[in-house]
Write a protein that binds this ligand. Structure first.
Ligand SMILES: Cc1ncc(COP(=O)(O)O)c(C=O)c1O
Ligand SMILES: N[C@@H](CCOP(=O)(O)O)C(=O)O
Length: 475
């Protein structure tokens, strides 16, 4: 198994190389050269497997022999032992054709743990073998940051810098990041939006001298290994609901397009996925794209689902690569136009192909709130977070177009306790933090506020990395 860049001008890489590389050197994202596939019998044989065993089976073809299956199985076993539910990503049925898949049973209460608990261990394993140190730079709108910090804290071979948009995450999300005082963890509150954070991360990768000097790595879903690990739970849900003998559809609250792209990957691997419903909040660039074929940025609006306050969905490039029939040069040209003018359009043929599988729905603030209220009422007490509410409302909007015999699974991407104010406003109940985070509000915080300026952020990284300079403590 080799990996190629969506822009066609970077070296092809093996799994361990792609894990450490993050963004490709031509600015593109890595994808598998070909998708491994499972036969119907192989899919049937996945039914009833414990999550960790299923995960090894689904991910093994992506390793290309760069880790032994035994080594990998041990890392996977350890990663999912950190989850507080035996099923890891359990399904809850809401009505005859609607399910919710709970992805928030990991240490930081969001779906990011599913991939990042494994990634932290993979980094450690591969870096120890190579005798290397990496500097991870990551952007977060709230959830990736804490999951990545939790997965990478106190690891000798890693320094991790997480940029979050100052004042635009929930307080719980911020504290989950900034109260980790490990010497290899560096929190930056950027004066800007999530898109600014993501732009700076990409700019650091695209500055080749800096990238090489720091040996940069990524924890965002630009890193292929994130997508690989997220593919697994689509298999877990689908085989449990009868795949391959019954198709399944998914509704995914979407921002950076990593989660729903993982579903697209699962389908490419043979899973019978009928429809992918993309739920967006008021930052509806993706819903507008699936309606019109034009991707066009607008100013970011802060919402009660802040993790999805995103305009530039980095993983969309991976889908576009296929819509451009894997023509890296044509895609690079499209991306350059997007960067320069803030918009691009696909052809009607490309849009029709995308719409065979995807549809998008915008869910505004009132509907998000009403969905949290209604879900609690209809289920007799179930609390959902605002992002899950966006997914569920989008699922409801799509349902009239769908066969009711096909299960529709909405991804519950975060625990309601991460967004207590929004949940309390909608339901009248303040969801308590689980015991492991019960003293979060009493813990000391450490972060550095920086302006949205590449050179300033780069100097900060240089000054803090433990292997080059004695750490000086940040106030
Ligand atoms: C709780 C939550 N829901 C949904 C999303 C959107 O997922 P993606 O960025 O993979 O589209 C995010 C952020 O990624 C998130 O943190
Ligand atoms: N919503 C995300 C944004 C980053 O997404 P990623 O999947 O590319 O890491 C967050 O919570 O940070």
């Amino acid at each position: 198994m080799r990996y190629i860049s969506t822009r066609g001008a970077a070296p092809t890489l093996a799994f361990d190389e792609v894990l450490l590389a993050g963004l490709a050197r031509d600015g593109g994202l890595y994808v598998p050269e070909t998708w491994p596939t499972f036969s119907r019998d192989e899919l049937r044989a996945m039914r009833g497997l414990p999550y960790a065993e299923l995960a090894v089976r689904v991910m093994a073809p992506f390793l290309g022999g760069r880790l032994t299956e035994l080594e990998f199985a041990e890392l996977v076993r350890e990663a999912y032992a950190e989850f507080d539910h035996a099923a890891v990503t359990p399904l809850v049925q809401l009505d005859q054709s609607t399910w919710v898949m709970e992805l928030f049973h990991g240490p930081t209460l969001a779906f990011k743990d599913v991939a990042l608990q494994l990634l932290g261990r993979l980094f450690d394993h591969v870096l120890a073998k190579k005798g290397q140190h990496v500097t991870i730079v990551g952007a977060t709108s709230g959830d990736t940051g804490s999951a990545a910090i939790e997965a990478c804290r106190d690891r000798d071979a890693i320094d991790i810098f997480i940029l979050h948009p100052k004042g635009r995450t929930s307080e719980v999300q911020r504290r989950q990041m900034t109260t980790v005082l490990s010497s290899n963890v560096h929190n930056i509150a950027l004066e800007g939006s999530f898109d600014d954070c993501q732009d700076l991360v990409k700019a650091m990768f695209n500055d080749t001298a800096f990238r090489d000097e720091q040996n940069l790595s990524a924890v965002n879903s630009i890193n292929w290994a994130r997508i690989m690990a997220q593919i697994v739970y689509y298999f877990a849900a689908a085989v449990q609901l009868g795949a391959p003998d019954r198709p399944v559809s998914f509704a995914v609250p979407t921002g950076n397009f990593g989660n729903v792209y993982a579903a697209y990957g699962a389908r490419a691997m043979g899973l019978p996925i009928e429809r992918l419903v993309v739920g967006t909040n008021s930052n509806d660039i993706l819903a507008r794209f699936f309606a019109t074929g034009t991707m066009s940025t607008q100013a970011v609006t802060p919402t009660i689902s802040p993790s999805m306050d995103i305009q530039i969905s980095s993983n969309f490039e991976r889908l576009l690569f296929d819509l451009y029939d894997r023509d890296g040069a044509a895609l690079a040209d499209c991306m350059a136009r997007f960067r320069a003018g803030g918009s691009f359009a696909v052809t009607s043929e490309q849009l029709s192909r995308a719409r065979l599988l995807f549809n998008g729905h915008k869910v505004d603030e009132d509907l998000t709130q009403a969905t949290m209220t209604e879900t609690r009422r209809l289920t007799g007490g179930m609390m959902i977070d605002p992002h899950t509410a966006v997914g569920l409302a989008a699922a409801r909007a799509e349902q009239p177009n769908l066969d009711p015999a096909v299960p529709l699974v909405t991804l519950a991407c975060a625990h309601p306790a991460k967004f207590p104010d929004a949940v309390e406003r909608a339901t009248g109940v303040r969801p308590p933090l689980p015991p492991r985070l019960a003293d979060l509000y009493e813990r000391e915080e450490r972060l550095t506020v920086l302006p949205n300026d590449l050179k300033t952020v780069q100097s900060f990284v240089r000054s803090q990395v433990r292997r080059t300079i004695v750490r000086q403590g940040v106030a």
